[in-house]
Design a protein around this ligand. Structure first.
Ligand SMILES: [Zn+2]
Ligand SMILES: [Zn+2]
Length: 242
């Protein structure tokens, strides 16, 4: 079935309402999207008081973070600042909502962020690959999808950069990072992720995709694994930053 027809039927059966103002037709109307305050700046990976960087620059990190494997992070929204941002993420990931289709809204927010930085998204992501932060099997079964993979797929539809699935995998389930004290988070990630196919990422520029960036421990660990498997560069793209 044609995508548009499918969409039309779904809209009749399950009408969408804006999560900000209840307007019918979409999950996020243009007016509510405008008040989300999509970032026009780049910040370093640092946890506290993230350092602001020049918008278009090869460097994605401050001096202090130079030893990190992740080269830089693109983050569109601030998780704490707007209640609507938290609501969107909540409806995307948690029961009883599981609004998987919000992935498309998030992809458009990410593209808007890149444009606000003065980047040409297709250009920035050209020749690269998108890799979603993996979830363990139990979580995927529970939710029905990997939220990061859904966002990656929607970005890919816009910029035509391929998504590589099942390359980076989660081989051990862990307590949610958010439930752990900071010092336990890195330890919690030991031997959790693995690269299953080093050949597929050899010398590649990779953009790791995730929904929320908190301490960055997960993304840094994934970057470390991909780098040691032969990736050339690893960057991060997230919807929101805590
Ligand atoms: Zn609205
Ligand atoms: Zn830094």
């Amino acid at each position: 079935m044609k995508e548009e027809i499918k969409e039309l039927i779904l809209n009749i059966l399950f009408p969408r309402f804006c999560l900000g103002c209840n307007a019918e037709g979409v999950y996020l109307c243009d007016d509510c999207k405008a008040i989300l305050d999509i970032s026009e700046y780049r910040y370093c990976l640092c946890e506290k008081g993230a350092v602001r960087l020049p918008n278009q620059n090869q460097k994605g990190k401050c001096q202090k973070c130079s030893s990190k494997k992740l080269l830089g992070l693109y983050s569109s929204l601030s998780y704490k600042e707007k209640p609507l941002t938290r609501k969107l993420i909540h409806f995307f990931k948690y029961p009883p909502y599981y609004l998987k289709d919000l992935a498309r809204t998030f992809a458009s927010i990410i593209i808007d962020h890149l444009l606000l930085l003065g980047e040409k998204p297709e250009q920035l992501l050209k020749g690269a690959v998108l890799i979603p932060i993996p979830l363990d099997k139990k979580k995927i079964k529970q939710r029905g999808y990997n939220q990061s993979e859904e966002i990656a797929k929607e970005i890919s539809k816009i910029v035509k950069t391929p998504v590589l699935k099942n390359i980076l995998v989660k081989i051990k389930s862990t307590p949610a990072q958010m439930e752990l004290p900071r010092e336990k988070r890195l330890e919690n990630l030991k031997n959790v992720f693995a690269c299953q196919n080093a050949k597929a990422i050899k010398n590649k520029k990779i953009f790791l995709i995730d929904d929320v960036y908190t301490t960055g421990a997960t993304m840094e660990e994934c970057a470390r694994i991909l780098k040691s498997a032969g990736a050339k560069e690893v960057w991060g793209i997230v919807v929101a930053r805590d």
